[in-house]
Design a protein. Structure first.
Length: 179
C-alpha cells in the first residue's frame, strides 16, 4: 500500500472508523489512539486489504480486534496490580434531532435525556452485544457486513442485535419505572 492508497482509504473511511472507535472507547483520547493503531495495522496488513471487497468492514474488524486486545491486556494487568479507575470523560458530541426553530426547549431536553439513557444502557452491555449494535447503528453496516467483520454467522449477528435491543428496552423501562 502506497501513500496515495492510504490517503484515499483515510479520506473515504476515516470519519466512520473514528466515530466507531469513539463509541467503543467512550474517550476521545483512547479513540484517537485506537484510530491510529487501526490504520497502522491496515498498513501492516495491506496485502490482505482488497479494494474489491469491503475495506470499511475490514477496518472495523481491525479496530474491534485491537480493542479486544486492549481490554484483555487491561483486565490482565488489573488482576496483577489493581489500580483505581479514573472517571471517564463522556463529552461525545450530542446528536441534535430537532432544530432550535421547530422544537420547544422541553422537547430538546427530553430528546437529549433519552439519547443519554440509550447511550448509558448500550455502554452497560457486554462487548458481544455492544459491538454489533454500534456497527449496525453507528457505522451503518449491514448484517452481512457485520458478520464478515466479526467473523460470525449472519444469524448470530441478528440474534445479538435482537438481544441488545431487548436489554436496552428493559433497562430504559426499568429506569422509567423508577421515576
Amino acid at each position: 500500500m502506497d501513500y496515495a492508497e492510504l490517503e484515499s482509504l483515510v479520506r473515504q473511511h476515516g470519519k466512520a472508523v473514528y466515530g466507531f472507535c469513539l463509541r467503543l472507547t467512550a474517550s476521545p483520547a483512547d479513540a484517537e489512539d485506537l484510530y491510529q493503531e487501526t490504520f497502522l495495522k491496515a498498513v501492516e496488513l495491506c496485502r490482505q486489504l482488497d479494494e474489491g471487497r469491503n475495506p470499511k468492514a475490514y477496518l472495523f474488524s481491525i479496530a474491534v480486534g485491537l480493542h479486544r486486545n486492549r481490554r484483555r491486556k487491561f483486565a490482565w494487568r488489573q488482576r496483577i496490580a489493581p489500580t483505581s479507575s479514573l472517571p471517564e470523560d463522556s463529552s461525545c458530541s450530542e446528536a441534535r434531532p430537532f432544530s432550535a426553530e421547530t422544537a420547544s426547549p422541553e422537547d430538546i431536553f427530553l430528546s437529549r435525556e433519552r439519547a443519554e439513557g440509550i447511550r448509558t444502557a448500550a455502554e452497560a452491555l457486554g462487548d458481544r452485544l455492544r459491538i454489533p449494535l454500534y456497527l449496525h447503528y453507528t457505522a451503518e453496516l449491514s448484517v452481512d457486513e457485520i458478520a464478515a467483520t466479526l467473523g460470525i454467522p449472519a444469524g448470530t449477528v441478528k440474534s445479538r442485535l435482537h438481544k441488545a435491543r431487548k436489554r436496552i428496552k428493559l433497562m430504559l423501562e426499568a429506569e422509567d419505572h423508577e421515576r
